[in-house]
Design a protein around this ligand. Structure first.
Ligand code: MBD
Ligand code: FE
Length: 308
């Protein structure tokens, strides 16, 4: 591409100064990243001959995004959070390490320090008319050996796709629990079958998606953090098979190995054993953890989280 050398020099000088390359203080890695990022933005402005009006629309959009606390939602919707998973998967594959249950994105709706129970918990507060879900499974290592005392941290939406805390109409920690696995590495919860999530229709994330001709829906899913001393932390989700958005998740989190088949339980003896009245839906999902090589792998990555 031909460029006016005088103007290119002027831009180079501007970007070097604005990203602090000529300053002594600050952080070198951050300076270099900002320099690349600003260069890319300027290149895009030039390439598309972006108007002042378009530029200020974009600046104001960032204000809206922050004002509505939707920056992390947009990161998921643009596939950037999934891209971090792709990179982590790639690094694991390159290292030749064995892999366990696949990771998938955390998303923006986790709340830390949910009530902790041994082996079992009821997750729903009973306020919704909904299909009862019995969710159970086992945590094992790569050899199939049970991992006792693992923490299975579970969160999911209600029948309207809303998450407690973010949806102020729900009770505190509704549909959020941490379960310690038993001697066989097992966990079980009674909850309600969640529905898929949709981005706030009047929010900035949906506004951007609509301008891209995209929807902002997720299939019905359940989130998990699974952790235990000596094992790598796992962040993942399961999708309930049969949802129309199963392979059309706006956040790109679906993976074939993470699809669970809901089973209708009609046997009243099973229901009675679980203290459930009548028919309900059973979901089975087990996890394979990989041994950690250092203690830093045992914890979830640092990220701003509610109540953490
Ligand atoms: C969700 O429930 C979710 O899991 C993600 C990733 C984004 C928005 C809502
Ligand atoms: Fe979610």
């Amino acid at each position: 591409m031909s460029q006016n050398p005088v103007h290119q020099t002027e831009l180079d000088t501007l970007l070097a100064i604005s990203s602090g390359l000529n300053s002594t203080g600050g952080n070198d890695r951050f300076k270099n990243i900002m320099h690349q990022l600003l260069s890319d933005v300027c290149k895009t402005i030039k390439q598309f001959d972006i108007t002042d009006e378009e530029f200020w629309l974009a600046v104001n959009y960032l204000n809206e995004l922050g004002g509505r606390q939707e920056a992390a939602l947009l990161a998921a919707g643009l596939g950037l959070e999934h891209y971090l998973d792709m990179r982590a998967d790639e690094k694991e594959a390159a290292s030749g390490e064995e892999v366990g249950t696949p990771r998938t994105i955390e998303g923006p709706l986790y709340v830390a320090n949910a009530p902790l129970s041994q082996s079992f918990a009821r997750m729903d507060d009973g306020s919704e008319q909904a299909e009862t879900m019995w969710l159970q499974g086992q945590v094992t290592d790569l050899n199939g050996k049970p991992v006792a005392g693992a923490i299975v941290d579970i969160w999911h939406a209600n029948t309207l796709g809303g998450y407690s805390f973010f949806d102020q109409s729900q009770s505190e920690y509704n549909l959020r629990r941490r379960i310690l696995t038993d001697e066989q590495g097992r966990y079980a919860v009674r909850s309600i079958v969640p529905c898929g999530y949709g981005c706030p229709p009047d929010g900035p994330t949906q506004k951007l998606l609509t301008a891209l001709g995209r929807h902002g829906n997720r299939p019905a899913h359940v989130h998990f953090f699974v952790s235990a001393p000596g094992y790598k932390h796992l962040t993942t989700q399961i999708n309930l098979n049969g949802d129309e958005y199963l392979w059309d998740d706006f956040a790109f989190a679906t993976r074939a190995e993470l699809i669970a088949d809901p089973v209708k339980i009609t046997d009243s003896a099973v229901a009675k054993q679980r203290d459930i009245e009548g028919e309900h839906t059973e979901v089975n999902f087990s996890f394979t953890l990989v041994g950690a090589t250092g203690s830093e792998e045992e914890g979830r990555g640092k990220r701003a989280r509610v109540k953490e």
